[in-house]
Design a protein around this ligand. Structure first.
Ligand SMILES: Nc1ncnc2c1ncn2[C@@H]1O[C@H](COP(=O)(O)OP(=O)(O)O)[C@@H](O)[C@H]1O
Ligand SMILES: [Mg+2]
Length: 379
């Protein structure tokens, strides 16, 4: 028998939290080693990937990353990676997926909302951009529909950097409370529920869709995601249509999550995340290919896998605590339950520490399982 060398295959990751970790696990299953660049000394990705500890803009560290992965592409786990980092990597002929344009737009609600309305032509809540004192006197505000939410243009997450504004009279003080940073005023949408979809676009332009999922938040943090609930075909179609328009107008390659408000038959686009999303974790067990496998395929320029729902699913986020060992014993013994623990260094309030995915043959059975698991989590 002759022996032939099988060269090591690599992929780069910017970030090293749970999303990066689940990505590395997926890429690893088809033989790719992830090398992550992360600011933390002990990122949780370190258990499953190599990593370089440095700031994202440290060019010496970026050179090390490039040296470690050769000509392999790089992907990312969160949207606030500095654009400079991507520019530097591209100047070294490294392919970064998703690319600079998508990241720039997703980092700034002004660009994002304007992109949705003008380029992708998808429905959004009425909005107004606030950048300077004079903007408060703009006559468009007189007819603006209140109540509204004022959101900082940059760096908001989990409801941070947002204030409710009941009427025009409250706007100046609300903006003051956000230290007058560039912000966007959005009319309040009275929605029936919050949905999300994942749209994956491969390097060849092929597109796969997941969802819509139904998301429930507690304290502005995602608490539960439902998949496979009854939903009108027309709603699913319009979600996918708007998703297609967004990824095409962005010339996007990778996994994109779009958050939506469902108001009767209408869908209103809220925001997007240019990466796998917490609401997509249930794709690991309840779809034919997970969002992380698709991210790896798209980043590496491989064909996408078909995204077919295998069963209804639910995801319970574990935020700020670890269930008792007794509860875990019982939960893990239930059929259709998948326990994920991210093994972070500390248990802290408001921190996403793990999740539980539930699957069942029907949505009704899923709801029963959900009630059972929620009860055990409290014990
Ligand atoms: N225009 C709006 N109308 C009604 N609710 C909103 C609106 N914008 C945001 N929200 C609520 O606030 C949550 C957080 O807002 P979002 O824009 O998604 O910011 P982030 O997730 O980055 O904190 C949403 O999931 C939704 O529940
Ligand atoms: Mg959001």
């Amino acid at each position: 028998m002759t022996s032939q060398k099988d060269p090591a295959r690599y992929v780069g990751m910017l970030g090293g939290g749970q999303l990066g970790r689940m990505f590395a696990q997926a890429a690893h299953s088809f033989g790719y080693r992830t090398v992550a660049l992360v600011p933390e000394e002990q990122p949780i990705i370190a258990d499953v990937a190599q990593h370089i500890t440095a700031e994202y803009t440290d060019t010496v560290a970026l050179d090390k990353l490039v040296a470690a992965i050769g000509d392999a592409p790089v992907t990312l786990e969160f949207e606030n990676i500095p654009v400079k980092t991507l520019e530097y990597l591209e100047s070294k002929s490294v392919t970064v997926r998703p690319g600079i344009r998508a990241l720039k737009i997703a980092q700034d609600r002004r660009l994002e909302k304007t992109f949705f309305r003008e380029d992708a032509q998808v429905p959004t809540a009425p909005f107004f951009i606030l950048e300077k004192d004079d903007d408060l006197k703009n006559e468009q505000l007189v007819s603006f529909s209140f109540p509204a939410i004022l959101k900082t243009a940059r760096d908001g997450y989990d409801g941070k950097g947002q204030v409710k504004v009941s009427s025009l009279d409250e706007l100046a003080a609300a903006w003051e409370s956000l230290r007058k940073v560039p912000a966007i005023l959005e009319s309040f949408v009275t929605f029936d529920r919050e949905l999300s979809i994942l749209v994956v676009r491969g390097a060849d332009g092929d597109v796969a869709f997941y969802g819509p999922f139904h998301n429930e938040h507690e304290d502005h943090i995602l608490a539960t995601t439902w998949s496979g609930m009854p939903l009108a075909d027309a709603t699913v179609e319009s979600a996918y249509e708007l998703g297609q328009s967004v990824v095409e107008k962005l010339d996007y390659v990778g996994v994109l999550c779009i958050e939506l408000f469902q108001c009767g038959d209408e869908l209103v686009v809220n925001e997007m995340a240019p990466r796998p999303h917490n609401s997509g974790h249930l794709t690991i067990e309840t779809y034919t290919a997970s969002q992380f496998e698709q991210q790896a395929r798209a980043a590496l320029g491989l064909p996408l896998a078909p995204a077919v729902m295998r069963s209804p699913g639910a995801m319970i986020n574990i935020v700020g605590f670890r269930p008792s060992e007794a509860a875990l014993q019982q939960i893990m013994a239930l059929p259709g339950v998948h326990w994920h623990w991210y093994a972070k260094d500390a248990i802290k309030e408001g921190r996403k520490l793990g999740h539980i995915t539930l699957e069942a043959s029907t949505f009704e059975k899923l709801e029963e399982l959900f009630v059972e698991v929620k009860g055990l989590l409290k014990s």
